[in-house]
Design a protein around this ligand. Structure first.
Ligand code: FMN
Length: 148
């Protein structure tokens, strides 16, 4: 099952923050299906506590609404989306985050969305070796299937 293998890869093989959501973009979606340890570290939220919640929980006064609109439009048509925005961690502290989001397809249908994220205020040195897009490419190669 693609989702189970993706979750395994998120946990074992990727040191960048990753977030997997359901494919439904309108409220109450997209719902968080899984986040890895690096994501927990970046946001202060424990995976089990935010499963089923929406990534809107990271938004706040400085989160650019136009970027969120563009994100939704891209996801709706199954296109990759990349942006930099302001988000907020569990304590309410803001951070500048870079996202790349791609659809996960199975038999031609979008079954989830996957996001690789980086807190640009504190990108670990080793992470700079690979761009966020390259991390995606590696995950796709490991999975043996295209995601987008
Ligand atoms: C895979 C995925 C990851 C997302 N991650 C974030 C995130 O980390 N921070 C954020 O502010 N919004 C994130 N979003 C965007 C919101 O979930 C939502 O799609 C956005 O607010 C636009 O929808 P709305 O206009 O209905 O609120 C993500 C969306 C998807 C599909």
């Amino acid at each position: 099952m693609v989702i189970a293998r993706l979750v395994g890869l998120m946990d074992r093989a990727v040191c960048d923050p990753m977030l997997l959501t359901s494919p439904i973009l309108d409220r109450p979606g997209p719902q968080i299906l899984h986040t890895n340890k690096a994501f927990e570290h970046m946001t202060g939220y424990v995976a089990e506590d935010i499963r089923g919640d929406t990534p809107r929980l990271f938004q706040g006064p400085k989160t650019d609404k136009q970027i969120l609109c563009d994100l939704k439009d891209s996801c709706r048509v199954g296109r990759e989306f990349a942006a930099v925005a302001t988000n907020y961690d569990r304590t309410g502290e803001e951070y500048v985050v870079q996202w790349v989001i791609r659809p996960v397809r199975y038999s031609g249908s979008i079954i989830a969305f996957l996001s690789v994220q980086r807190n640009l205020d504190e990108v670990p040195v080793m992470s700079r070796v690979f761009s966020v897009g390259q991390v995606f490419d590696i995950v796709e190669k490991e999975l043996g299937a295209g995601l987008g």
